[in-house]
Design a protein around this ligand. Structure first.
Ligand code: SF4
Length: 324
């Protein structure tokens, strides 16, 4: 049984300009101990997926219109308040938004342990120090008595990951955890996630707009575009044989994968569609170099190709599946 199963999830935002379909019937699974990368441009639905799982969609505009989310085979949203922070935790792009600026880091860590694990003050203090040490924070005893503003950006993100991992969650969702950091710190944070992957059984959903970051950490990758999933593949298959024209475009846009030296870096022509008025048929058709007649008339289903699934009419004739 998968740890997490998202089935036909549709999320809408009701805004003054109209109804924006941020997720349009997405389905996927996450296995125990697996790292699933979610990749897409801004507005593709990556963060909305994470917020839907956490039941943290901004109210009152955001709402789940359709679909189900199962955690260990049971409907998740009914008991998310019990699970959030303990069995399921999240790391955001900007830790300052999630850390309380007026409380010392130590106090914030200890509160999590005391609330969710019913720990004594002394044990919570020791465990918190250990958690900071595991994240490579130097002199953790001293840092426990510091406020978030006294931490550098990289150190804050480490403290945030320490906090998210305190209760040894079954699922950790990391939403662009390295994006706001400079390149050297990004590499350090990525190393922390790699260590967590090796040392724990925690399943991770790692969200990024950057395929080269995902390549370093994920087992499988889910490619999102305009609220839909276009491809799900293992990292190996995705880089060896990207199926969807959008995935192929994303790979061509990575500097180290562009083999033609001296040539201007490729970028996918056109812009992401307006989700208040999405394109008919395949959402990628206005930008696709292979578009054909059926593409703007009918939405492609998920075709099974090897161990991957791809939503593209180029694979018509392959078996149709719900998800992988
Ligand atoms: Fe391109 Fe058609 Fe495939 Fe969409 S369905 S990606 S438009 S070929």
């Amino acid at each position: 049984m998968p740890l997490l199963e998202v089935k036909n999830l549709t999320v809408e935002f009701h805004i003054p300009e109209g109804v924006l379909k941020a997720l349009d019937g997405i389905s996927f699974m996450l296995n125990e101990g697996e790292v699933l990368g979610i990749v897409g441009e801004s507005g593709s639905g990556k963060s909305t997926t994470a917020l839907s799982i956490m039941n943290l969609l901004p109210a009152p505009s955001g709402r789940i219109k359709e679909g189900e989310i199962f955690f260990k085979g049971e409907p998740l949203l009914e008991k998310i308040d019990e699970l959030r922070g303990k069995d399921i935790s999240m790391v955001f792009q900007n830790p300052l938004n999630s850390l309380n600026p007026s409380l010392k880091i130590g106090q914030q860590l200890m509160e999590v342990l005391q609330e969710h694990m019913d720990m004594s003050e002394e044990k919570a203090w020791n465990e918190s120090i250990e958690a900071l040490r595991m994240m490579g924070i130097p002199d953790p005893e001293t840092m426990m008595n510091r406020y978030p503003f006294e931490f550098s950006g990289g150190m804050r993100q480490r403290a945030m990951i320490a906090m998210a991992m305190l209760c040894r969650p079954k699922l950790l969702i990391a939403d662009e955890p390295t994006t706001a950091l400079d390149v050297t710190i990004q590499a350090q944070i990525l190393r922390i996630f790699k260590r967590l992957k090796k040392a724990t059984q925690t399943s991770i959903i790692f969200i990024s707009h950057d395929l080269s970051v995902i390549a370093q950490i994920a087992d499988r990758v889910l490619i999102m575009y305009a609220g839909k999933i276009l491809e799900i593949s293992s990292v190996r298959d995705l880089f060896k044989r990207p199926l969807h024209p959008y995935t192929q475009g994303l790979l061509k846009s990575i500097p180290s994968f562009s083999k033609e030296k001296g040539k201007k870096l490729y970028s996918i022509p056109g812009n992401v569609p307006n989700l208040l008025n999405p394109p008919s048929g395949c959402v990628f058709h206005p930008r696709c170099p292979y578009t054909k007649e059926i593409c703007n008339l009918e939405t492609p289903p998920n075709f099974k190709v090897g161990n991957s699934t791809v939503s593209c009419w180029l694979f018509k004739g392959a078996d149709v599946v719900e998800t992988t």
